[in-house]
Design a protein around this ligand. Structure first.
Ligand SMILES: [Fe+2]
Ligand SMILES: [Fe+2]
Length: 154
């Protein structure tokens, strides 16, 4: 199946060009990746899923929720006391930042961000979109982890 990369780029443009999102380029993620690339990869898999399975929920918000799932904006590798328990806490921080920056955040996006770390965090997603980002985040994380010797993710 062919996917329209221009449509995807149009959907993500607003978010990835904000100053806040750009800062994610400097935050490491899973050895060789950074948060900026990681978030776009997760959003792209969600975009493809939506197209392939003709999902009913709104694509624009699904992609934005995926882009913002790790919008916590710090480097968790920094040895700071507040970075302990990063895995358990960062989804709350990401939601707080996303709410502040994007005032029209939908309940679906809130669910996608807040519960994407399930089962590490105890509350499961409430929406289909929430389950999907939870799943594709893990798919991307595993690929990143095992591609540590390669330059590119694909
Ligand atoms: Fe995360
Ligand atoms: Fe993630």
């Amino acid at each position: 199946m062919k996917y329209d990369i221009n449509e995807f780029n149009e959907l993500i443009n607003d978010v990835i060009n904000t100053d806040e999102f750009k800062t994610m380029k400097k935050y490491r993620h899973h050895v060789k990746s950074n948060l900026y690339d990681h978030s776009i990869k997760v959003a792209y898999l969600c975009f493809k899923h939506h197209k392939r399975f003709k999902s009913k929920f709104e694509l624009r918000y699904f992609v934005r929720g995926a882009l913002l799932h790790d919008f916590y904006l710090y480097d968790w590798h920094d040895k700071l006391p507040e970075n302990r328990l990063h895995g358990f806490r960062h989804s709350k921080k990401a939601l707080k930042n996303a709410r502040e920056r994007f005032l029209d955040l939908t309940p679906m996006e809130e669910d996608m961000i807040k519960n994407h770390m399930f089962p590490l965090t105890p509350v499961p997603p409430k929406t289909r979109a929430g389950w999907l980002v939870c799943f594709y985040d893990k798919v991307v994380a595993i690929k990143e982890y095992f591609s540590r010797k390669k330059r590119h993710w694909h």
